[in-house]
Design a protein around this ligand. Structure first.
Ligand SMILES: [Zn+2]
Length: 265
C-alpha cells in the first residue's frame, strides 16, 4: 500500500533521498506474507495484509529518531502446504530464495547495513531463517528474521486445543482481520476445525520429537486449523495492540544492533 506522506515507505523516496539517508543506525524491513486459502471466512490476502499492516502500525509508533524504513510487501510466499485450494498462489522455494536474495542485494547496494524480514506466514519461516544466514555470509548485512507478532504474548486466553492446533485461520487470525478489515471477513461461514491427529507423545504437526510434514488437505477439508467461530474484532484489537507495541520495541533494538568486534557489516 502506498501512503502519500509515509516517509518510512522507502519506495516513496527518490534515489537521491535514499542515497542520502542516514543508514549507519537504521534498518530496512521487508514485510512478507502469502496469498493462500484461509478457510471459508477469511480472504486469501490474509497473511500479506497482516504482514503489511502490522509493520505499518509498528512504524507509526516509533520515535522519530529511530530509523526504520519499509519496503513494498512481498505478498507471495511459500504456501505449498495449502495447495489444492483455489486462491493459493505459492512460490516455489527456489523462486522465493532468489527473490529474497535479490532484494537483500538491493539493500546492500543502496548502502543499508541492517535488513529485517517481518513475516506473517509460518510456511516462510524455515526458508527465511536459512536465507538470513546466507545473506549475512554473502553481503555482510546484519540480517534479522521475526514474526509480525514479534513474540508478543497473546492477551486473550485460549483453549489448550487452540494453543496446540489453532495454527491457521483460527481464532487469532480471524480476530486480527476482523480488527483490520471487517468487511473482508465472513463470520457466518466461520468454522471450528481441529485435525484428527493421532494421539502421541512424540509426533506432532508443529512441535514434537518428530514433526510430520503436513498438508492442509490431509487434515482440514475446510482449510481451517482452529476455532474461528469465537473470533471477534475486540479480541483482534487487543491482539493487534500487543503485537504492534512489541514489534516497535524489537525494531527499535534492531535499528542500532551491532556485533562487537565484527570485521564487516
Ligand atoms: Zn495465515
Amino acid at each position: 500500500m502506498v501512503l502519500l506522506r509515509d516517509e518510512r515507505f522507502l519506495p516513496n523516496l527518490t534515489w537521491h533521498e535514499i542515497r542520502d539517508l542516514e543508514k549507519e543506525n537504521g534498518v530496512l524491513v521487508l514485510p512478507i506474507g502469502a496469498i493462500e486459502q484461509h478457510g471459508p471466512q477469511l480472504p486469501t490476502v490474509t497473511d500479506a495484509l497482516i504482514a503489511e499492516r502490522m509493520t505499518m502500525l509498528a512504524l507509526e509508533r516509533l520515535q522519530p529518531e529511530i530509523k526504520v524504513w519499509r519496503l513494498a510487501t512481498q505478498s507471495y510466499g511459500k504456501s505449498n502446504e495449502h495447495a489444492g485450494y483455489p486462491g493459493t498462489f505459492a512460490l516455489s522455494a527456489s523462486t522465493l530464495i532468489a527473490v529474497v536474495r535479490d532484494i537483500a542485494l538491493g539493500a546492500k547496494l543502496a548502502g543499508f547495513r541492517r535488513l529485517a524480514f517481518i513475516n506473517a506466514h509460518g510456511g516462510n519461516t524455515a526458508l527465511l531463517t536459512m536465507m538470513a544466514r546466507d545473506i549475512r555470509v554473502e553481503t555482510g548485512l546484519l540480517v534479522f528474521t521475526l514474526f509480525s507478532s514479534a513474540g508478543a504474548q497473546d492477551p486473550i486466553e485460549i483453549t489448550p486445543e487452540e494453543a496446540k492446533f489453532g495454527i491457521h485461520a483460527g481464532d487469532w487470525e480471524t480476530s486480527i482481520v476482523l480488527a483490520l478489515e471487517p468487511e473482508l471477513v465472513h463470520m457466518e461461514r466461520a468454522v471450528k476445525s481441529f485435525p484428527n491427529y493421532p494421539k502421541s507423545n512424540n509426533l506432532s504437526l508443529t512441535q514434537g520429537n518428530a514433526v510430520s510434514a503436513w498438508l492442509t488437505r490431509d487434515w482440514s477439508p475446510t482449510g481451517v486449523f482452529g476455532d474461528s467461530t469465537v473470533a471477534s474484532a475486540e479480541k483482534g484489537r487487543a491482539r493487534l495492540e500487543a503485537c504492534v507495541v512489541k514489534l516497535a520495541e524489537v525494531l527499535s533494538e534492531i535499528s542500532t544492533f551491532e556485533i562487537p568486534g565484527a570485521v564487516d557489516g
